[in-house]
Write a protein that binds this ligand. Structure first.
Ligand SMILES: Cc1cc2nc3c(=O)[nH]c(=O)nc-3n(C[C@H](O)[C@H](O)[C@H](O)COP(=O)(O)OP(=O)(O)OC[C@H]3O[C@@H](n4cnc5c(N)ncnc54)[C@H](O)[C@@H]3O)c2cc1C
Length: 358
C-alpha cells in the first residue's frame, strides 16, 4: 500500500510520498477505461499481509480474471459476428457464382463462398467458445459445491482449463474480430461502421492478465507436465467415455476427435519425458500445444452440441447446429493436427539462431 501523503507517528499528515500520476495512458483501444501511468520515486510502501504470500493472494484474483478476460474475447467475437452477418446480408457486390438466385445484377455478399467461410468460421469458433465457457463454469461450481471427490477433480479441471480459456478465447476472439472486419471490406477500416473498435478492444485481451504465451507455458509447463500428464490423461478418458455415448453424430467424426486427443496425449507424454534433457522444449512449443488442445476440445464440444440439438423441437436451431458441426469437422478440426505437428518438430530450429543475429 503506497499512501499519497505520509502519515506521522502521531497520526498527523506529513510530507507527500514520492508517488504521482504521470499521465493518462494513450492506449490502442479500451479508450473509455482511463488507466494511468504511476511514477514511484523513492516512495514508501507498506506490506499488506504476510511476507512472500503476495503472488498467492494475487492469483486468487488472477484466476477469475483470466476466465473473465477469456469472456471478453468471446463477447467481442460474438459482437463482430452479429455486425458482420447483418452487413453480409445487406451489402450488394458481385453475383453468385452459380448465377444470381433472384436474377439481380448484384447479390448480397452472403452468396459468396469466401464470405460464408469467414462467417461460418467466426460462428463455429464462437459457439464452441461458449461451450468451453459453460463447461469451465460448471467445473467451477462443482469445485465449490460438489462432494469431496468430485470437488477435487473439478478443481484440477478448472486449473487445466483456465489458461486455455484465457488464451484460446482471446486469440480466437481477435481472429474473429479481424475476420468480421474483413467481411466489411473497405468499410471495415472506417470508424463509422464500428467494427474496427472490436479489433482494437480485443487486442489487449491477449496481453493483460498474463500474455497468452505465458498462459500456454502455464498450461503445458505446469498444468500438464507437473503431474506427469495425469490430469490431461484423466480428462481425455472422460472425453472418450462421453464421445462413446453420443448416438446422433457421424461415427467417423467421433473417431477423428478421439484420434486427435490420442495424438495429443502421445505428444504431451513426449514433452514430459524430455522436458529435463531439452529445457527449452516447453517454452518453445507451448503456444502450439495449447492451440492443438483448443481445436481438439472444440471438436468434442461440437459433437456434444450436435448430438444434443439433433432432437430439439426448434428444427432451425437443430439444423444450424448440424451445419456448423459439419463445417467445424471439415474445415477447422484439422488445425489441431497442424499445431500438434508444430510441437512435434520440437524446439531445435527455434533455439538455434544466436540472440545477436536477431
Ligand atoms: C491496458 C492495460 C491494463 C493493465 N492493467 C493492469 C492492472 O490493472 N494490474 C496489473 O497488475 N497489471 C495490469 N497490466 C499489466 C499487464 O498484466 C502486463 O502488461 C502483462 O501481463 C504482460 O507483462 P509485461 O508487460 O511485463 O510483458 P513482458 O513480461 O515484458 O513480456 C514481453 C513479451 O515477452 C514474453 N515473455 C516474457 N517472459 C517470458 C517467458 N518466461 N517465457 C516466454 N515468453 C516470455 C511475453 O509473452 C511477451 O510476449 C495492464 C496492461 C495494460 C496494457
Amino acid at each position: 500500500l503506497v499512501p499519497k501523503i505520509s502519515v506521522n507517528a502521531d497520526g498527523s499528515l506529513g510530507a507527500p510520498n514520492g508517488v504521482t500520476v504521470g499521465s493518462i495512458e494513450h492506449k490502442m483501444g479500451l479508450k473509455a477505461s482511463a488507466t494511468c501511468v504511476m511514477n514511484y520515486d523513492n516512495a514508501k510502501g507498506f506490506l499488506v499481509g504476510e511476507p512472500d504470500r503476495g503472488l498467492v493472494c494475487m492469483f486468487t484474483m488472477m484466476n477469475y480474471e483470466r476466465l473473465a478476460i477469456g469472456l471478453q474475447g468471446l463477447g467481442n467475437a460474438q459482437a463482430a459476428y452479429q455486425m458482420a452477418s447483418d452487413y453480409a446480408k445487406e451489402r450488394l457486390q458481385g453475383v453468385a457464382a452459380e448465377g444470381s438466385p433472384t436474377g439481380a445484377v448484384s447479390d448480397p455478399i452472403i452468396v459468396h463462398g469466401d464470405v460464408r467461410r469467414m462467417l461460418l468460421t467466426i460462428r463455429a469458433m464462437t459457439e464452441a467458445g461458449r461451450a468451453l465457457s459453460v463447461f469451465t463454469g460448471k467445473q467451477l461450481d462443482l469445485a465449490k459445491y460438489a462432494s469431496d471427490e468430485v470437488k477435487a477433480k473439478a478443481a484440477r479441471y478448472v486449473g487445466l482449463l483456465t489458461p486455455v480459456s484465457k488464451a484460446f478465447l482471446t486469440d480466437r476472439g481477435l481472429d474473429a474480430t479481424i475476420m468480421g472486419q474483413q467481411v466489411f471490406g473497405g468499410h471495415g477500416y472506417i470508424r463509422e461502421t464500428g467494427i474496427e473498435q472490436f479489433v482494437r478492444d480485443t487486442r489487449i485481451a491477449q496481453i493483460y492478465e498474463g500474455t497468452n504465451g505465458i498462459q500456454a507455458i502455464d498450461f503445458l509447463g505446469r498444468k500438464i507436465t507437473h503431474d506427469n500428464v495425469a490430469t490431461l490423461t484423466e480428462f481425455v478418458a472422460e472425453v472418450n467415455a462421453s464421445l462413446a455415448e453420443l448416438s446422433q453424430v457421424n461415427p467417423a467424426h467421433k473417431a477423428t476427435v478421439g484420434q486427435v486427443f490420442a495424438e495429443l496425449l502421445v505428444t504431451a507424454n513426449y514433452i514430459n519425458d524430455n522436458k529435463k534433457t531439452q529445457p527449452a522444449l516447453v517454452n518453445a512449443c507451448a503456444v502450439d500445444f495449447l492451440d492443438a488442445f483448443g481445436y481438439a476440445l472444440y471438436g468434442y464440444f461440437w459433437l456434444l452440441m450436435a448430438d444434443k440439438a439433433s432432437n430439439h423441437e426448434d428444427k432451425t436451431f437443430a439444423a444450424q447446429k448440424q451445419y456448423l458441426a459439419d463445417f467445424y469437422m471439415d474445415k477447422l478440426l484439422s488445425k489441431s493436427q497442424y499445431h500438434l505437428s508444430q510441437v512435434n518438430q520440437g524446439d531445435k530450429s527455434i533455439m538455434a539462431m544466436p540472440a545477436e543475429m536477431f
